[in-house]
Design a protein around this ligand. Structure first.
Ligand code: IDP
Ligand code: CA
Length: 512
């Protein structure tokens, strides 16, 4: 019996010991296991949901198309930006640039139908580049510049017909057509300024901005932030972008693009030859290389509203180069009229301009010409010397040295370079001191400098007046914080379990 009793006592002690162990070890309780599993699963789920929900959406882009219908040619640009980051600055990038073959749309005024068709190749490329499911929401804008401004001045109906032609053609594509119009010189200047400052990410930092110098074939624009009183309202534009106010000075000189100035300059020289303007007069031109000789018609020179004077028909003249840089500078200077300035300071032709301020980006033909002449990084005096040497190089040598450059461009670089230096120094009043503030640029990042990006950003409201609300933490920081906090909760939970278990056990014992 005693044994049995002893046995049963031992058994019951053993049983009580195991019961005590069960009480001490919470993992033996199914409900604690359940809670713990749910707790851990909940934390993992929370982290996973946070990561997945906030994961940057790769490859999901939106697109916009802008056609720059310039006086000499049309270019199509496709821009892209991450679909979920429309209002963040610096997000829009150029995806594709396509140069339309042939001349600018204004040259199609005798057969306007062809203006639209000329855009086919680049528009097809745009259709192939942009994913199909984005086509219907991709805006297409066409902006025409000085070539069309001149055509409108000459023949309003002809310019309307050309615009109708491109309008009808663009509407045959599956994109969201937003209009084709002639933009003003002010818009051209201001949107060029927005482009270069957006691409440099200067708009959110109130630290400084980049002035914009744009040289086209038929007009040129200068735009910069000026601290001076802007005496002429036509030259003043106010912007509020990302919470910063900007007062811009801008001016567009119609007829002062490099192709129109060449006509102006030739017309001046022709008229000052004092020869009877009949067939086969010879024009000796210091801005063309020695040995250059070409037969041109007077109409080539006088067929523009920029060139006042004789409207001569098919009569021809022989254009002969002299290759004299200094004489070329003197000839080019004559296209600027400095006599009448009714403001405190002027650039030229009586146009108000405060003194240039800050750094400038010079693009389009400023870049093409200065880059070809290899003059982008020299002081003004050195650039002048080098240009004079280039102008004095015989035409034969020039052709031999550049067999792959279009002869029309090649023959005009001496003139264009001289015009650029004269425009910047004598026109806009840059000096050898602030010459280094001009940077000749083609692109910023992968995007071309020009008015088109600024135009699209403005029309799609992608640059807000006020700073947009952004999450206080960057994505990486947010995820890290979530993980750390979750781990902390997990550890605290486990600790709490342990701490909670011990005192409860001893209290129970004390009560018993
Ligand atoms: O590679 C090049 N070398 C020299 N000039 C160029 C080159 N590419 C374009 N250009 C010139 O740049 C200018 C572009 O002007 P655009 O056609 O934009 O006229 P716009 O802005 O006055 O309407 C034209 O004078 C054109 O000849
Ligand atoms: Ca242009």
């Amino acid at each position: 019996m005693g044994d049995i009793l002893h046995w049963s006592q031992t058994k019951s002690e053993d049983f009580l010991g195991r019961e005590e162990m069960k009480t001490k070890n919470p993992w033996h309780r199914p409900w604690i296991i359940c809670i713990s599993v749910f707790f851990v699963a909940g934390i993992i789920a929370m982290v996973v949901v946070a990561v997945v929900q906030n994961k940057p959406l790769h490859q999901k882009y939106k697109y916009g198309i802008v056609l720059d219908a310039g006086s000499s040619h049309t270019s199509l640009y496709i821009y892209q930006w991450p679909a979920e980051k429309e209002n963040n600055t610096g997000m829009v990038q150029q995806k594709l640039a396509c140069n339309v073959k042939g001349k600018g749309i204004s040259s199609y005024s005798p057969e306007p139908k062809k203006a639209g068709e000329s855009l086919k190749e680049c528009m097809d490329k745009a259709r192939d580049t942009i994913p199909n499911h984005r086509h219907h929401e991709t805006p297409v804008y066409l902006g025409a510049t000085a070539g069309m401004r001149l055509l409108k001045m000459e023949n309003d109906t002809a310019s309307e017909k050309v615009l109708e032609s491109v309008e009808q053609f663009l509407q045959t594509y599956p994109f969201s057509y937003q209009g084709a119009r002639i933009i003003t010189g002010q818009e051209e200047g201001a949107f060029g300024w927005i482009t270069v400052n957006y691409l440099n990410d200067y708009l959110r930092k109130a630290s400084g901005t980049l002035g914009a110098l744009d040289l086209g074939g038929a007009s040129t624009q200068i735009t910069f932030v000026s601290g001076q009183n802007l005496e002429s309202p036509d030259n003043s534009i106010d912007f509020r972008l990302y919470g910063n106010d900007y007062q811009l000075y801008t001016h567009s000189f119609l007829c002062y693009g490099k192709d129109q100035v060449l006509k102006l300059s030739l017309a001046n020289e022709i008229q000052s030859t004092n020869q009877q303007l009949t067939d086969n007069i010879t024009l000796q031109d210091p801005c063309f290389h020695k040995g250059y000789k070409a037969t041109k018609t007077f109409e080539d020179v006088f067929n523009s509203p920029c060139v006042r004077g004789l409207r001569l028909t098919q009569n021809k003249f022989v254009h002969v180069g002299l290759g004299d840089g200094e004489a070329c500078h003197a000839a080019v200077r004559k296209v600027f009229n400095d006599s009448r300035c009714t403001h405190s300071t002027c650039s030229f032709n009586g146009v108000f301009q405060p003194p240039v301020e800050g750094k400038f980006g010079a693009f389009s033909a400023f870049y093409f010409v200065m880059n070809f002449l290899n003059l982008t990084s020299y002081p003004l005096d050195v650039a002048k010397e080098q240009l004079a040497r280039y102008c004095a190089t015989p035409w034969n040598t020039i052709i031999q040295n550049h067999p792959n450059v279009k002869e029309k461009y090649l023959s005009e670089y001496c003139f264009s370079g001289t015009y650029i230096l004269t425009l910047l120094e004598d026109g806009y009043n840059f000096t050898s001191k602030n010459w280094k503030d001009i940077e000749f640029i083609k692109q910023i990042g992968d995007s071309d400098a020009g008015w088109t990006l600024g135009y699209m950003l403005n029309l799609t409201n992608m640059i807000p007046a006020e700073v947009p609300d952004t999450p206080p933490l960057p994505y990486g920081g947010y995820v890290t914080l979530m993980v750390l906090l979750s781990l902390m909760i997990l550890v605290l939970g486990l600790l709490a379990c342990k701490v909670f278990r011990r005192p409860t056990g001893s209290t129970q014992k004390e009560i018993i």
